[in-house]
Design a protein around this ligand. Structure first.
Ligand code: OSB
Ligand code: MG
Length: 372
């Protein structure tokens, strides 16, 4: 049995090497929360709460995650004994929502447990891949030339799939330009729910449907499952859901309604590795394809994504690029690296990357210690 006797939380900002813009926000530095758990035998594990600062992707923010972690989630975990990390999440099952905050604690428990059993996290989860296919997610750029330069840079680094953020006013034209300039590159788009289900938007998706895209991700707002189903029925291009599926019940509804055929599985959005692994199984059983999405994680969260993406069902390229696409200095050593568009799955215990604890302690802008 494992009992966590201490939860430490660190708020930490890292500058991005390249400003990132989506349909809703623009960022040049990101603040995440790193979580360290320790058990009675002195073993420890790390996790990351990769919430955006503002409530535009989902309802959570760094501030709400900090509050929920300190006031509810950490105290609940401290009072629970568990045999397997899947049992740790029962500690906070009563708390509704708060998936990003829960995910940080869940990953820390998985890391501790995998290390205690001397197993790489990917193996502990049931992963079978030695390396995973990595793609890059590119934000909205000031001009099409800027976008083409970004695509050229990452294609030059060996990535063979790019995801382009789209928004009303930045869609068919830039995507067509990338398609024309890079005919051999796999391209997909992500709207982050930025379109209403209206004739102008439907015309955009009809045009995109002719560009040979791998998929169209989250065209409509999260709750609009029926709208996604109507769109998917009329398109050749697969529809992928991200924001619409934050738990297994929403996944069941999406499957029943045929609101898509592809699922972007994020550890953060689902509330941890335990629910993410279950979502993988349910989606694959329903005949959907899955891949692993990201939230611009620092190295701790990124390593968890790599481990998840080693599961057998993840057969589409993931948004799990190397640390260097985002950060000049990461919080893990070695940083996550992509070679020829692939990231090797670590074979050392736990997350498989040493966490740079002195750097985290020295750089944190807030620190909280929870004990029983
Ligand atoms: O919708 O997938 C998304 C980043 C922040 C918020 C939402 C999304 C993203 C990404 C980045 O696409 C994926 C990555 O971590 O590289
Ligand atoms: Mg997305």
């Amino acid at each position: 049995m494992t009992r966590i006797v201490e939860v430490e939380a660190f708020r930490l900002g890292l500058p991005l090497v390249h400003t990132f813009q989506t349909s809703s926000h623009r960022k040049s530095q990101l603040e995440h929360i790193l979580v360290r758990v320790r058990d009675g035998e002195g073993r420890h594990g790390w996790g990351e709460i990769a919430s955006p600062s503002d409530p535009y992707y989902g309802p959570e923010t760094v501030d709400t995650c900090w509050l929920m972690l300190c006031r509810y989630l950490a105290p609940a975990l401290l009072g629970t004994e568990w045999e397997h990390p899947g049992g740790a999440s029962r500690a906070w099952a009563k708390v509704r929502g708060q998936h990003f905050a829960k995910a940080g604690l869940d990953v820390a428990c998985w890391d501790l447990w995998a290390r205690a059993h001397d197993r790489p996290l990917a193996h502990a989860l049931g992963g079978t891949r030695e390396r995973i296919a990595a793609g890059v997610s590119l934000g909205i750029e000031p001009t099409i030339d800027d976008l083409l330069a970004q695509v050229a840079r990452h294609a030059g680094d060996g990535y063979r799939r790019v995801k382009l953020k789209i928004a009303p006013g930045w869609d068919v034209e830039p995507v067509r330009a990338v398609r024309a300039a890079f005919p051999d590159l796999a391209v997909q788009v992500d709207a982050n729910g930025g379109y209403p289900e209206e004739p102008e938007a439907l015309a955009v998706f009809r045009d995109l449907d002719h560009l040979g895209l791998l998929m169209i991700e989250q065209p409509f707002p999260p709750g609009a499952l029926a709208a996604h189903a109507r769109l998917a029925e009329g398109l050749q291009t697969p529809v992928c859901l991200d924001e619409s599926v934050a738990d297994l019940d929403q996944l069941d509804s999406a499957i029943a309604l045929r609101a898509g055929t592809v699922l972007n599985i994020k550890v953060s959005r689902m509330g941890g590795l335990t629910p993410a692994r279950e979502a993988h199984q349910r989606a694959v059983d329903a005949g959907w394809r899955v891949w692993c999405g990201g939230m611009h994680e620092f190295g701790v969260g990124r390593a968890a994504n790599v481990a998840l993406a080693a599961l057998p069902g993840f057969d589409l390229p993931s948004d799990v690029s190397g640390s260097d696409k985002y950060y000049a200095r990461d919080v893990v050593d070695p940083p996550i690296r992509a070679v020829a568009g692939q990231v090797a799955v670590p074979t050392t215990p736990g997350l498989g990357h040493e966490v740079d604890e002195p750097f985290i302690r020295a750089t944190a802008t807030a620190h909280h210690v929870a004990t029983p």
